[in-house]
Design a protein around this ligand. Structure first.
Ligand code: HSE
Length: 292
């Protein structure tokens, strides 16, 4: 039996839709695998009752199929499904690393990224690597043209998860199919600023780059209280605030000295609009790891 921990992630970061992602140092999924004649899946933990155990409808079933690695797979969910924190990606990344080891497939973590992305497609409708890449590799990742670039950055973050569910499929339907040139120019500038900020581990530059006028405004309408929470986070010292992945979580970058205040302000602002929420005071973390 093998056990792997794979972290939650935050994709997009405003200006990098389907491209940028960061691994969070918490929460995480833990996946245990044991060789079997056919794949069976058991799920426990946060939101487990909403996750199908049929291998054809589960992200890890697709990974087992792709690696030709049938197993009894136990997923302990630490990352709530439909949270915008890469829940299905964490399970897919953990299963990919665990099954690769269990069956001695010899693939590198980089080579496992497209396999885990296929697993992601089961729940989101299309394969995209901006969550599975950081969950496997850690750090800040750029998924572009089939290649993944990673930067080992240190940025304090707050991921605020409200008691609202937003499915990735629904959140992808509201993304506009065209954009104004002025918005594209702004987004490219912000994406470049954010990337330099990550290279320098500079929360001010990262925060400046964490916004866009194309995808985020369309998705903000799916999150009750988004505007109030964003304003409260900035007032408490956040350097940047945006929707995490497909939502409903909201991610804020900040200096470490402000992290606790930012977390409290975001939870309070959700509460003011009648939504319960919890905040993870976190930072950019490591990728998936074998626990034993
Ligand atoms: N880039 C993806 C999206 C992440 O925003 O739809 C969620 O899976």
């Amino acid at each position: 039996m093998l056990t792997v921990r794979a972290p939650a992630t935050s994709a997009n970061l405003g200006s990098g839709f389907d491209v940028f992602g960061v691994a969070l140092d918490r929460p995480a999924d833990v996946v245990r695998v044991e060789k079997a004649d056919e794949t069976t899946i058991e799920v426990t933990g946060i939101g487990s009752t909403y996750i199908p155990t049929d291998p054809e409808g589960n992200t890890v079933g697709a990974v087992a199929e792709a690696l030709d690695a049938p197993a009894h797979i136990r997923i302990d969910k630490g990352v709530r499904p439909s949270s915008g924190l890469g829940s299905s990606a964490a399970s897919a990344a953990a299963a990919a690393l665990a099954l690769n080891e269990l069956y001695d497939r010899g693939l590198t973590k980089e080579e496992l990224v497209p396999i885990a992305a296929e697993g992601e497609a089961v729940v989101s409708g299309e394969p995209h690597a901006d969550n599975v890449a950081p969950s496997l590799l850690g750090g800040f990742t750029i998924a572009a043209g089939g290649d993944i670039t990673t930067v080992d950055a240190a940025i304090p973050l707050v991921a605020c998860l409200p008691e609202i569910a937003v499915s990735t499929r629904d959140a992808r339907r509201v993304v506009p199919s065209t954009a104004e040139m002025t918005d594209l120019v702004d987004t490219v500038g912000r994406a470049a600023t954010l990337t330099v900020g990550m290279c320098r581990s500079d929360p001010a530059l990262v925060g400046e780059g964490m916004s866009d006028e194309i995808v985020t405004p369309a998705r903000a309408s799916l999150i009750s209280g988004y505007g109030q929470v964003r304003t409260a986070a900035f007032d408490a010292g956040a350097t940047g605030v945006t929707v995490s992945g497909a939502g409903p979580s909201i991610i804020a970058a900040c200096y470490e000295s402000d992290r606790r205040a930012v977390a409290g302000a975001m939870v309070d602002a959700f509460s003011d609009v009648g939504v319960d929420a919890r905040a993870y005071q976190t930072e950019i973390g490591r990728g998936a790891e074998l626990l034993g």
